[in-house]
Ligand binder design. Structure first.
Ligand code: SF4
Length: 358
């Protein structure tokens, strides 16, 4: 069924070494892919034509191309990327910190960026607040399609290969539902001769597939995890995330407690705050109790309404009261900036809009 041509980005360096001889060519090709962000064989100037022709028979270079992008005034760039089979996914370039200059105008701290990547076309989880869920599930992304999102966005933003970048697996899809390809992409990102993005710069965000959290932990990839908790009781959580019936809150909390976490790190719990649903202090109290014993950080996210939803954005006052309660009870807690408010910031919105435009 899946007749996509593999891409060079699908393979670890070790795998390329078993396919391409002599081995020094692999080092060169790796440089073209991850230091120069080559998208075609033509760009690989020092690779012999015969080898490029041979490789082109079996592999494409980069399996995604930019179909559309929206640029926010806050520096967020949202991309709609087209895959070989014309399916589309989203990836987002997020500016997390501005460049800092000293009094002489010299750069003392470069701007910091995070890339939010997708792991599936569509999603099976079916969260009620999510546009991606409404389109159903189409297919898993290959490791190369996950890797290509970062390569393509770095290229489009002229971000040198050795500049640090963080990755969050928080775009379309449930990353742990595509665990093997995700794990391979994580390994490819970590390669010191490639992009050299360490595990601690990569955060896997899951809707809470507790058994897969255990599997990810066993792989010992050194990544952070973020849990989309969103509710403190199973009734509301099952309403928001139907698969909560199979992976309830206590099973998620137990899996998190088993996850190998660097002692300097915290587990991030995402809490999407929805007006009159989960924004009251009773919910804050339950959250404190639930997370006791876990080195946790809570990230409160404003629900970002989109056309057709019944849910509403909470007030700023309720957000701050909720945050204060958590902080006063010993939890680290931030309110996430709604980046890209003037563009389609919620998961799946750019894709939806583009399809309507067509
Ligand atoms: S919020 Fe994430 S896990 Fe839930 S349906 Fe949307 S893409 Fe899937």
């Amino acid at each position: 069924m899946n007749e996509l041509k593999p891409s060079l980005l699908d393979f670890t360096k070790e795998e390329l070494l078993s396919k391409i001889k002599p081995s020094f060519r692999v080092k060169q090709i790796f440089g073209w892919l991850y230091h120069n962000y080559a998208e075609t064989y033509d760009e690989m100037k020092n690779i012999p034509k015969a080898l490029k022709e041979e490789l082109a028979q079996e592999y494409i270079v980069n399996p995604v191309k930019i179909a559309k992008k929206e640029i926010s005034t806050d520096g967020t760039v949202k991309y709609l990327l087209e895959l070989q089979d014309k399916k589309t996914i989203e990836a987002v370039w997020l500016k997390m910190k501005e460049t800092q200059l000293d009094e002489n105008g010299e750069v003392i701290q470069e701007a910091k960026y995070t890339i939010c990547v997708s792991t599936q076309v569509g999603c099976k989880v079916g969260c009620s607040f999510c546009l991606t869920a409404k389109g159903g599930f189409t297919r898993d992304l290959t490791a190369g399609e996950i890797v290509a999102q970062v390569v393509t966005l770095k290229r489009d933003n002229s971000h040198e290969h050795n500049r640090k970048i963080n990755i969050v697996y928080m775009g379309m899809g449930e990353p742990l539902d595509n665990l093997n390809n995700l794990a391979k992409a994580i390994e490819i990102f970590k390669d010191s001769e490639g992009l050299s993005i360490s595990g601690k710069r990569q955060t896997v965000s899951t809707s809470g597939l507790s058994t897969k959290i255990d599997k990810l932990g066993e792989m010992d990839l050194g990544v952070h995890i973020a849990i989309s908790l969103h509710a403190v009781d199973d009734e509301l959580r099952s309403e928001l995330i139907p698969m909560n019936k199979a992976h309830n809150i206590s099973s998620i909390i137990e899996a998190v407690k088993r996850f190998p976490i660097d002692t300097r790190k915290r587990v991030m719990f995402e809490y999407l705050v929805i007006k009159n649903k989960n924004d009251d202090l009773g919910s804050a109290k339950k959250l404190v109790k639930l997370l006791s014993g876990i080195k946790a950080k809570v990230n409160l996210i404003y629900f970002n309404p989109y056309p057709g939803t019944d849910y509403e954005r909470p007030t700023r006052d309720d957000m701050v009261s909720f945050q204060d309660y958590l902080i006063n009870h010993g939890l680290l807690c931030t309110i996430r900036d709604s980046k890209g408010m003037d563009i389609s910031a919620a998961c799946g919105q750019l894709k939806e809009k583009t399809q309507k435009d067509l």
